[in-house]
Ligand binder design. Sequence first.
Ligand code: SF4
Ligand code: SF4
Length: 383
Amino acid sequence: METVAPLQEIIDVIKESGGEAFKLCYQCGLCDTVCPWNRVRSFSMRKLIREATFGLTEIESEEMWRCTTCGRCPQRCPRGVKIIESGVALRRISTEYGVFPAPVSAVRGISASLLGKGNPLSEDREKRADWAQGLSVKPFSEGMELLYFPGCYLCYDPRLKKVARATADILNRAGVDFGILGSKENCCGESIRKTGDEQVFKRLARENIKAFVDNGVKKILVSSPHCYHSFKNEYPEFMVHFEVVHISQYLCELIDTGRLALSGQYGKKVTYHDPCYLGRHNGIYDPPRDVLKKIPGLELIEMADSRQDSLCCGGGGGRIWMETVKGERFSDLRLAQAEAVGAEVLVTCCPYCITHFEESALTQPADEATQIMDITEIVREVI
Ligand code: SF4
Ligand code: SF4
């Protein structure tokens, strides 16, 4: 078994990274009973914690990279162990040594892309605003009502650009005075931080903060729960505070204040998936449901594992960039849950969830495939 040596180093790194709580663990194993991995294969966070306590972490194994930081197990831990923070601390050691097992090796290139181009997709910085071509979307200037920050996947991914475009259409229809930063926007850095790469996270955060301050940004509208989490809970570590609002909350506000009227019909059975970083990590469960309930004709049905028990799509914690073998994808299970309640449409509001659900939908028979939608795409159909 290859382990980090000297053992003291791993113990010190864990302590420095806030993982001192490891020593609270009394090995009850409750974390493992709720972990989604145990629905598809065996995985034990309890065992990882045990090994780390003695400095016996195998840094070449894929095990410490499995956690999607979904937030299920910290809810259940009777000892208040900072399970996610401690798992990320272990990854910091691997990242520092440059040791990545094969299914995780893409992370190395992702870091380079984030540093060089400001996004994980190796796309040109200059093309960051291309999604908005043909729409009336202005560059942000001081005094505007809000900055719209679509995030990397909505700026570049062909499927997710449709979500950015739907969002801009809705904002324009509601008469919102908004702008974008385009090539001045960088990845928020949330996911690379969860792979243990603090340096890249800090650089991205500082560049974004500089762009926000230089441009007089006060309020930021985001599409991704990962950007939301980062701006709201992590950027204050740099002594800055911006008002951050997720699109699901903002849609509610636009509808409630009469700025956005829902006049069309959406006669379908819809189920809503709570993204981990919107629900469990930030407590936003009702606004997306409230929006869906206001859509004429839409029948909202709850599937198993909703709200705080939501089943992770598998994309958090940097796993969006890692290989998950067939038969072990949580998103396949989620689609089966949507199907089980008779939903025609699985709606959510996170780019990682949509990416994984679209991949899983491809494995369904073409005439029975569940339709995957972002909440903005449904709203745009009825305004
Ligand atoms: S639930 Fe908490 S105390 Fe129990 S094994 Fe997991 S980390 Fe340890
Ligand atoms: S945070 Fe989620 S994926 Fe990670 S160990 Fe806990 S339950 Fe499993």
